[in-house]
Structure formats: C-alpha cells, structure tokens
Design a protein around this ligand. Sequence first.
Ligand code: PGA
Length: 240
Amino acid sequence: MQIEWTDGEESFADRAAKHVAARFADKPTQTVALPTGMTPVGLYRRLLALEAAGAIRLGAAHYFNLDEYVGVPQADSHSFAAFLHRHFLDQAAIAPGQVRLLQGDAPDIAAEAQAHDAAVAAQGGLDLAILGLGANGHIAFNEPGASWDATTHVVPLTEETRAANAAYFADAFTVPSEGVTMGIGMLRAARHILLMVSGASKAQALEAFLAGRPDPSWPVTALCGHPSVTLVADSALRRG
Ligand code: PGA
C-alpha cells in the first residue's frame, strides 16, 4: 500500500488528483467508480483543472457511481447522480454514453443493481475505485457487517450514516432509509483503489484500516491486503 499524508485541503486534493492522473496516463480508457460526499469535491475540481490544462484526458474513460439513495430520482438535486453531475461530469469533456449512474427510483431496483454490474463487467471490470470513508468504516454504502463478496445491491442505511448525510443539505430533505451500492466484492475486484480520508470523525475507522486486520465490523478493512491501494489521508489523522 502506498500512503500519502497530506497537509490541508489543497494538498489533499492535489495528491489524489496526481494519483488519478497517473492512472489515466497509464490507461486513458479507465473504468472508474466515483464517490459522492465532501471528501472528493477538491479532487473533482483538480481533475477539471488538469483537463483544462491538457494534462489529463477524461473523455476516453467510463464512469460509474458507487452508490445512490433508493427512491430518489437522478433529476432530484439530492441524488448522488445530481451531485456528480454538478461537481464533475457536467464540466468535463465526457460524452453521456461514457457514464452510467444508478437509477435510485428504478421500479425494479434489484434489476437496476444487476444492470449496473453488467455494465461494469462489459467494460472489463473496474480499473479504479475512488473511495471515501465513513466514520463507521463504511466504503460506498457498505455498512458494518456487510458481506465482503457482494456485487451491487440494496442496503439499509444506518442512522449514523443518515444523520451524517442529512448534514449536507440545508433543506428538509429526508435521507432515505435504503441505498443501492456497489458491494465490497466488486470494490475489492477493482484493479486499483484510491482511498481518500479526511475529517476528524474518520480517525477510528482509519486506525482500524491501518492496523491491517480484516474485521467485518469495519468494512474498510476488506481492502487490507488488496494488491494496489493508495491511501491519501489528512495528516491530522496520523497517529504515532
Ligand atoms: P464524506 O463522506 O466524504 O462526506 O466525509 C464519506 C462517506 O461517508 O463515505
């Protein structure tokens, strides 16, 4: 595992963007899984700046989202799809056909999850999974106790996650009680993982990951032993 400790938001975003750019330089036709949340916002800004400067070509890759709220249409501004459009996709030179985002309000959500998996498989699987980390150790919406073999599936959201996500919205949006998420099995099968960790609430989860002992009560530890993980983490979280 490669660990990059960073100081401040700019360096955090910069190191993550440099890592993504290196992956794209290696293979412009990347299949990428994209996260939502506060953590990757600076990364997306940097990638757009790199693209504007001609330092990365985003348009040859295929993009998938990691997760979505069940029951929330993509057009709803609270959806993860809308977030990704707002912060990244709409400003990048990426053709719509290169993007597949989960449809949280699909009438048959299990079929929608399967279609997501099939679309990833049709691209040869994930080259790069970009992940944030939840305070409870979740990756995407894989909460503590989640199966480590799963593909995309529907999950109940913990109260902790619902409360953390409600804080993103100033309005009265009620965070749904279910999400649909790429499963840990699928994430572990990604050829490369970029795990981005910032925020004091993540300290314990990061510690569990760095301890290197697989423990289903900390889903992120499913990545321990993965052959290609890059951790970009705020040095404020560094212990010892
Ligand atoms: P955050 O969320 O980036 O907003 O901290 C990360 C997560 O819960 O996966």
